[in-house]
Ligand binder design. Sequence first.
Ligand SMILES: [Fe+2]
Ligand SMILES: [Fe+2]
Length: 410
Amino acid sequence: MSEAARRLDLAELGFDAGAHVLVRHALAALPEGAVLHLHGHHPDLEVHARAFARQLGHAGRTPESAERFAAATVPSGAPLRHLLQRGPATDARRATAERALGAAPDRVHEAPPAHWGLAARGALVEAGAPRFDFALRDKSVVWGDDLAAMYAAGAAAQWDPATAIAWHGKAPAPELEDALVAVLTYLIENETAALLVPARFCAQVHPHFREVLQLLALQAADEARHIEVFMRRAHLHRTDLGLSTAGGQASLHTLVVEPDFAAASFLLSVLGEGSFVHLLGFLHQHAPDDCTRQIMKLAAVDEARHVAFGMAHLRWQAAREPSLLGRLATAIERRHSALQHTAGLNDEVFDALVVLAAGGLAPAAIARGFAAVQQLQAQMDAGRRVRLQQLGFAAEQATALSALHTRNFM
Ligand SMILES: [Fe+2]
Ligand SMILES: [Fe+2]
């Protein structure tokens, strides 16, 4: 250690204006036991330096007059005013703190402690922080492969409703516009359920699992945007919206109140949003105008991401919890029995889908539209069976479980 490194010239700077920043830096660079010569002109320098040393565990003393005399001069010409001997730690808070593992996705704790709380992954967490009792604090129940890449892709794919969609054009024929408004009314309440579910679980996930939090927040933001564009399109040529049915809301209620994260992700993302990808594709194909076509295409891409996230986290959990598939099967069965005396899909929505696919009200066109909706339902079922098998269900069980999925689609 050179003599220059052991001298700190504060010139006119006092502890009331930031001298501690320089003193900390200088002490941090010294080995334990080394002495820092503090030079300065500030009138309170000695008093403040002594208090600073006491607070942070360094020894401090006022230099003897001989030492003052012998001390080398500093550029500002300030006299030697205090001596600080570096203690064992420059900061007692750091001495008792623990490292919340690494910031990278591969440095994630299996069960981060409650007292790590909101601290960034990789931060040094001071002892004595409050406990945050996040219900979802085990990696086995929240994590999945490639979450960081999934979040980055989702963040990059965000779109602005104001510029991504052409909000103009002629109104379609009245029967098609009526049908579209009926479907949009239904979509909006379904999107609202799809927003509430990730938003609720987002608040229960230990923030150590940062990527999970970010993906759930992004999913909620996507749904907020879907609500916006469906609402805006519904009001483009109409003042009033369509009918919200008790049966439709009963179905969504079972989803919104589902307390288990795995069961909720399964019912929402794997089954509901998976079915919605087909529905939005159908509406894209049969849209009565360009505006609707653009909306459905963008929303379908978002929904496919939500399905991928749900699948990733359930596959992760299924690999670690052998009883998970049984629990998920029970969740579908429980929901099916809770809903068996309700009407399921709003019949006005079903009819509206037929009219949209028909493109008009001529009998032959309606027959084609009806067949197209039947085909849509078959595609939804086939997609659900594929995803169920990807999660580990046998083909027969996948067929049986897909058939129990709510008639409301979501
Ligand atoms: Fe959505
Ligand atoms: Fe979604």
